[in-house]
Design a protein around this ligand. Structure first.
Ligand SMILES: Cc1ncc(COP(=O)(O)O)c(C=O)c1O
Length: 478
C-alpha cells in the first residue's frame, strides 16, 4: 500500500516555496546537463562549458595559499609536524590553535562563538584595519558569512507596533539576502543602486524606499554590500556617511556585508565601523553587524566554510539571546576556524613563510587587477553593452541592450529577456553566466553577472565568445 506523504508542497513551510537563488538556478542546471551531453559526445558548437556563475576562485583554478593549507594540515594531523618539511611558523601557528582546542583536537566542539584565540586574532585584525578598538567578545565565528547573516536577520522576525517587519536590501543584490528574507518570512524593501553613478546609494532613493515600505511594514534594518556583489563598486566615504545618517534618522540596524574588503583593486576601503566611529556621536553609538568570510579575499576557501560577524553595541539581553541561539547550532567547523585564524594574521615579514605568502598574494592581486580592467574594457567595447568600472569583488555586471524582437521571443517562451539572452549564450557558446533577474535590476534594463577570475586563456576565450555571440544575436534579432 502506498503511504501518503506527510510532507507536501501544500503543508510545507510555505516560505520555502518562495526562495529563489539564481546563482545555482535553471541556467546552471542546463549547463550541467550540457556538460553531461558533451561527455556523451553530443555535438555542440563549442568544446566545453565555461562556468562563470559563482564566485568560487578555487573552482576557477586559483591555488590555495600554502601557509593556510599547511596550518590546516598540521592542526588536523599534529603528528605531521615531526615528519613534514613545514616552516617553523606553521608549526607554531598550528600549536597555538590546538592549545585552544579541547584536548588539543580540532575534532572537539569549540565554544559556540568560536575558539577564543581566533576571535582575539579577529579583534586584532579589525583594530589594526580601523584604528578603532575591537573586542573578541563582539566576534562570532560562523560557517561562512551566509550562516551568520541568516542568524542576524532572524533577530528581526517580529512585528513592531503591529506592523510586519521589513529589511531594506539593495537592487541589484546578492540573492542570499532575498532568499533568506523569503525563508524567514521577512518583507523586503528594495532600494535601487544608481548605475549611472558607479552604483552609488542615493539618499533620495533610500528615503523613497523607506517611505513606501513604511506604509505597510516596519522597516527594521538596512543591508549594504560594500564592495558590491554583483556590482563591484567600492563606496566612497562620503556616501557611507550619508548612509549612516539615513540609518540613524530612521533607527535602522545596519548590516554591513563587507566580505569583499580584501578584493579591491585600487580604491581605499573604509569599514562602516570605522566611519561611524570617526563621525562621532550620535553615530558612533549605533548598532552594527559587519561580516567577513574566508570564502572571499585572497584565501577564497569557499568549501571550508568560515567567517565572522562583528556585532557591536547590542543591548546585553539581545547579545545574550543571539549567543544562545548560536549555541543551539553547536559551533562552526574548527578547521574553518583555523583558516580564519590564518586570514586574520597571515605570515609577516621576517617569518619563514612570508616570502612564499607574499608571492602568492601578489599573483592573486595581479590577476584581479588585470581581469577587472579587461572585463571593463571588453564589455564597453561591445555595441549595446555598458559596464561601470569594477573597483572590487570578483564580478562584472554589464548592462545589455536586448532588441525588441528578442524580447518578444523571450516572452513567447515565458522567460525574461535577460534569461533568454543568457540561455542562448549558454547554448551557443557554452558560457554560463547568471541573468540580472537573479540579482534584480531597474525595470526595463537587462544585465548578467559573470565571474572574472578564470585563468588567462579561459577568460579570454569567454570574453571572445560573449562578443561573438552578441554580434550574432544582434544579426538575428535586430
Ligand atoms: C556579498 C556576499 N555576502 C555573503 C556571501 C556568503 O559567502 P559565504 O557563505 O561563502 O561566506 C557571499 C558569497 O558569495 C557574497 O557574495
Amino acid at each position: 500500500m502506498k503511504l501518503d506523504n506527510s510532507l507536501t508542497a501544500d503543508n510545507i513551510n510555505q516560505n520555502l516555496l518562495n526562495i529563489e537563488y539564481a546563482v545555482r538556478g535553471p541556467i546552471l542546471q542546463r549547463a550541467l546537463q550540457i556538460e553531461r551531453e558533451l561527455a556523451k559526445g553530443v555535438p555542440k558548437p563549442f568544446e566545453r562549458v565555461v562556468r562563470a556563475n559563482i564566485g568560487d576562485c578555487h573552482a576557477l583554478g586559483q591555488k590555495p595559499i600554502t601557509f593556510i593549507r599547511q596550518v590546516v594540515a598540521l592542526a588536523a594531523c599534529p603528528a605531521l609536524a615531526d615528519t613534514a618539511a613545514v616552516p617553523d611558523d606553521v608549526k607554531q601557528r598550528a600549536r597555538e590553535i590546538l592549545d585552544d582546542c579541547t584536548m588539543s583536537s580540532v575534532g572537539a566542539y569549540s565554544p559556540s562563538a568560536g575558539l577564543h584565540a581566533v576571535r582575539a586574532r579577529a579583534a586584532q585584525y579589525i583594530a589594526a584595519r580601523d584604528q578603532v578598538p575591537a573586542s573578541a567578545d563582539d566576534i562570532f565565528l560562523g560557517s561562512g558569512a551566509s550562516d551568520l547573516i541568516k542568524s542576524i536577520l532572524t533577530m528581526f522576525v517580529e512585528p513592531v507596533d503591529g506592523k510586519p517587519p521589513a529589511v531594506m536590501i539593495p537592487v541589484p543584490q546578492y540573492p542570499l539576502f532575498s532568499g533568506t528574507l523569503s525563508e524567514l518570512g521577512l518583507r523586503r524593501a528594495d532600494y535601487f543602486l544608481d548605475e549611472d553613478n558607479d552604483w552609488a546609494l542615493q539618499t533620495t532613493e533610500l528615503e523613497r524606499c523607506w517611505s513606501e515600505a513604511s506604509e505597510h511594514s516596519h522597516v527594521r534594518a538596512l543591508v549594504v554590500i560594500n564592495p558590491g556583489n554583483p556590482t563591484g563598486q567600492v563606496l566612497t566615504r562620503q556616501n557611507m556617511e550619508e548612509i549612516i545618517k539615513f540609518a540613524y534618522t530612521h533607527n535602522l540596524f545596519l548590516l554591513a556585508d563587507e566580505v569583499y574588503q580584501e578584493n579591491i583593486v585600487c580604491k581605499p576601503f573604509y569599514s562602516f565601523k570605522k566611519v561611524m566611529h570617526e563621525m562621532g556621536a550620535p553615530y558612533s553609538g549605533m548598532e552594527l553587524a559587519s561580516f567577513l568570510t574566508c570564502s572571499k579575499g585572497w584565501a577564497a576557501e569557499c568549501g571550508l566554510r568560515a567567517g565572522y560577524v562583528e556585532l557591536v553595541r547590542l543591548q546585553p539581553r539581545v547579545a545574550a539571546a543571539f549567543s544562545t541561539a548560536r549555541a543551539v547550532m553547536q559551533c562552526p567547523s574548527v578547521l574553518g576556524q583555523c583558516i580564519l585564524d590564518c586570514v586574520m594574521k597571515p605570515p609577516a615579514p621576517g617569518e619563514p613563510s612570508y616570502a612564499l605568502f607574499a608571492e602568492e598574494l601578489s599573483e592573486i592581486q595581479r590577476v584581479l587587477a588585470e581581469r577587472t580592467e579587461t572585463a571593463y574594457e571588453t564589455f564597453n567595447s561591445i555595441p549595446g553593452y555598458f559596464c561601470n568600472p569594477i573597483d572590487g569583488s570578483m564580478f562584472a555586471y554589464p548592462r545589455i541592450t536586448i532588441p525588441e524582437a528578442a524580447q518578444a521571443a523571450a516572452k513567447d517562451l515565458n522567460m525574461s529577456p535577460d534569461e533568454f539572452y543568457c540561455l542562448r549564450l549558454l547554448e551557443e557558446t557554452g558560457v554560463c553566466v547568471v541573468p540580472g533577474t537573479g540579482f534584480g535590476q531597474l525595470p526595463g534594463t537587462f544585465h548578467f553577472r559573470t565571474t572574472i577570475l578564470h585563468p588567462h586563456d579561459e577568460f579570454q576565450h569567454m570574453m571572445d565568445s560573449i562578443r561573438r555571440f552578441h554580434f550574432n544575436f544582434l544579426d538575428l534579432y535586430s
